[in-house]
Design a protein around this ligand. Structure first.
Ligand code: GCW
Length: 702
């Protein structure tokens, strides 16, 4: 054995060097993999990607050209030339390319970020033109052209124009200065504050990935903010990142801790009405803009979950937001002021709080304040109705905050594609301010709580990359079909083989509802362990923090279950426009969100509520079982590295789905004493087992 070891090592080394697939996949390239095009398509692509032609230079234009070259050489196998010829790709704006100006393209409607891709003729040569009003539009168009190639669409007879519907499309990193990430499941923070201002390739690749999906802003730091980031040393580091991201159209934002004037400014108060406080913030804003001329602005969590804010001084959210906004306005910056506020009083309905707090201030915020509202009124649950603030503040700019990192949907372990969740919210009818309005019509921005970290695969799992991707695509076009987005992601990320594409898309499209079913069926919410937010804990009831407790939300007893938000209960339903109330109240997706019902209540199928719940738990587990089988069957079409990584996650997800189902059922049975419906097997363990497991007294949590 001992003598064999060196030989075994040599054999391993030889296999590593010579053997294996042409590409070792480590998931780092995200959806920008640019793998070689199959022979049939290659015949079409090669003559249409012979050169990349630019008539002037800027960092953004150069980045666009470099990306096209990188993609083309990898996909088509021939390095593109630089001069005009048949099959060239010509990139630019009328301002920086005489040839493009001469084409007199219809660019007027495209705004600053839109683009146009067209086949045309220049000096007798057939060419493809990627044109826009700005270099960043050209970059977006270049990525769009590469996407077409990656998903094997024809390059002939192109006449595409596209422009983002929302002006601001940003990531929010809940990254702390010590490198930890709040609710991060993909390693440490991407920002290495110790080595910054040095720019690592990873920052550039982050910017490329974001630009490829149209993200144009990034808040680097946690909303649970540390004032230190506003000190000179950190601002210089942030400026280095801003400089690296600038060519990719991404502006940097920072979180502003409301008590910063005291913490780092030596003042005795942070009262927003005090001249000294206002002067401090004004000087701070001026200092930031000297370092970062295109600084995006501040993101603020105030008077929420212990964060300081204007209410500490008897001032309103509007007082606080407007004071900061005034310091940024001369520089063109904005304040993103979060609406995530609530009290822990068990006699109040937590989900009413944000609306009650902010709607009276409609029209009272400065034009450069954007109120940032979570998609639902609670907190990123697997399913919630849309927040009633959307549509209710027509004189205030609103951002929709979505959570890409899956705090409540199984972290980076569970496969849950969030495209359908976000699309469901964005397409929800608010009936305000116009009868036909949908959530997407009421917002001018989207912010996504990022799922990125130092893990080689960026997002903690391969399939979580899809959520980053889908967030960008939906922020660009909230009407985009999440299935189409899933398919384009799958083709770019895995392969264009139809034997892979359709099962992968099918897995993705069923995955979010599966999570809803095994965690929080029929409108239930917030049933997880209350600190880590992972795993079932419907029994938790801590009198000191009621609005963080599952029992506060499900309100179950021997007679029934659910939170009555109709007129007989908290009446939160009146926060919605009258025209949408009946739809929300009638939806079984929100049944126990809005109603407290007896266990014997008959759902639409005719089953009792209890049997319907059990059926959903079973369906959720069955879906995950099938996703496992679907993935195993895909082994021939996926590289071994990524196949194994996903398979391991899915196996764990199945264990945890069963854990959720069994623990939930065991608990509900302890409450309602009802037998299980026919055909359903009893939970593997008694309730006490799951309770102990959740409090981590038992080893071997699933
Ligand atoms: O969902 C809760 C999270 C907190 C988070 C907070 C918020 C950043 O559990 O970790 O804090 O929401 O959105 O402010």
């Amino acid at each position: 054995m001992l003598r064999l070891l060196p030989i075994a090592q040599i054999v391993c080394a030889i296999v590593l060097i010579c053997g294996g697939p042409a590409y070792a996949e480590d998931s780092y390239d995200l959806w920008l993999r640019y793998r070689p095009v199959e022979a049939a398509r290659l015949q079409q692509y090669r003559p249409q990607a012979t050169a990349v032609v630019q008539q002037s230079h800027s960092r953004t234009l150069d980045a666009a050209a470099a990306e096209l070259r990188r993609g083309i050489v990898a996909m088509v196998g021939v390095a593109p030339a630089v001069g005009l010829r048949d099959g060239a790709i010509l990139i630019g704006t009328p301002g920086n390319s005489r040839v493009i100006a001469a084409l007199k393209l219809p660019l007027a409607e495209l705004g600053l970020e839109g683009y146009l891709i067209r086949n045309s003729r220049v000096a007798g040569h057939p060419v493809t033109v990627v044109a826009a009003n700005s270099d960043i539009g050209v970059l977006y168009g270049s990525f769009a052209l590469l996407r077409r190639m990656q998903i094997r669409q024809p390059l002939a007879a192109l006449n595409i124009s596209d422009t983002p519907r929302l002006k601001l499309r940003m990531l929010n990193h809940w990254d702390n200065l010590d490198g930890s990430v709040e609710r991060g499941y993909a390693g440490k923070s991407l920002w290495n504050w110790a080595t910054l201002t040095r720019i690592d390739q990873r920052y550039i690749d982050y910017a490329r990935a974001n630009a490829s999906i149209g993200i144009n802003g990034t808040a680097l730091t946690n909303v649970n903010a540390n004032a230190q980031v506003l000190t000179d040393a950190y601002l210089r580091k942030a400026a280095a990142l801003a400089n690296a991201f600038r060519p990719y159209g991404i502006r940097v934002y920072l979180t502003a801790r409301f008590s910063a004037p005291q913490e780092i400014g030596g003042l005795t108060s942070s009262d927003p009405t005090q001249p000294a406080v206002r002067a401090w913030w004004k000087a701070k804003a001026d200092e930031i803009y000297r370092l970062i001329p295109d600084f995006g602005g501040f993101l603020v969590k105030a008077n929420s979950e212990g964060q300081p804010g204007p209410q500490n001084y008897g001032r309103s959210h509007a007082d606080g937001a407007n004071m900061l906004a005034d310091t940024l306005a001369p520089h063109g910056g904005v304040v993103l002021w979060r609406a995530f506020v609530y009290s822990l009083d068990r006699n109040q309905d937590r989900i009413r709080a944000a609306y009650d707090e902010f709607v009276p201030f409609d029209g009272k915020f400065r034009r450069n304040v954007i109120l940032q509202v979570k998609n639902g009124p609670l907190d990123f649950q697997p399913r919630e109705p849309f927040s009633p603030i959307f549509g209710a503040m027509p004189n205030t700019r609103l951002a929709l905050e979505a959570q890409i990192t899956k705090e409540y949907l199984g972290f980076s372990t569970h496969l849950a594609y969030l495209g359908p969740l976000w699309s469901e919210v964005l397409r929800s009818r608010t009936a305000r301010p116009r009868p036909t309005s949908e959530v997407a019509d009421t917002i001018s921005a989207m912010a996504g709580v990022a799922n990125t970290g130092t893990d080689r695969n960026w997002s903690g799992s391969d399939f979580d990359q899809a959520n980053w991707y889908a967030f960008g695509r939906l922020a660009w076009n909230p009407d985009a079909d999440p299935r189409t987005v899933a398919e384009e992601w799958a083709r770019q990320t895995w392969s264009n083989d139809p034997r892979l594409v359709s099962p992968v898309v099918a897995m993705m499209m069923r995955s979010r509802q599966a999570v809803v079913n095994y965690m929080t069926p029929l409108g239930l919410a917030h049933l997880m362990g209350t600190n880590h937010h992972h795993g079932p804990a419907p029994w938790v009831s801590d009198q000191s923090t009621p609005a963080w407790n599952p029992t506060y939300y499900h309100r179950s007893d021997a007679n029934g279950i659910g939170f009555d938000r109709t007129a007989t209960g908290s009446n939160a339903i009146v926060q919605y426009a009258p025209q949408v109330r009946s739809r929300l109240l009638a939806s079984e997706d929100y049944l126990l969100w809005f109603h407290h019902l007896p266990w014997s209540y008959r759902v639409r199928s005719g089953q009792s509520l209890w049997n319907a719940m059990v059926e959903r738990y079973d369906a959720g587990v069955a879906d995950v079982r099938e996703m496992n089988a679907q993935w195993i069957a895909l082994r021939p079409f996926v590289d071994p590295e990524r196949h194994a990584a996903v398979a391991a996650k899915l196996a764990k997800q199945l264990d945890e789905a069963i854990w959720w189902r069994d623990a939930s059922i065991a608990y509900w049975q302890s409450v309602n004493q009802l037998p299980l419906p026919k055909g359903h097997s009893a939970p593997a363990h008694p309730l006490g087992y799951y309770q102990a497991l959740q409090s981590e007294k038992l080893p071997g949590a699933p």
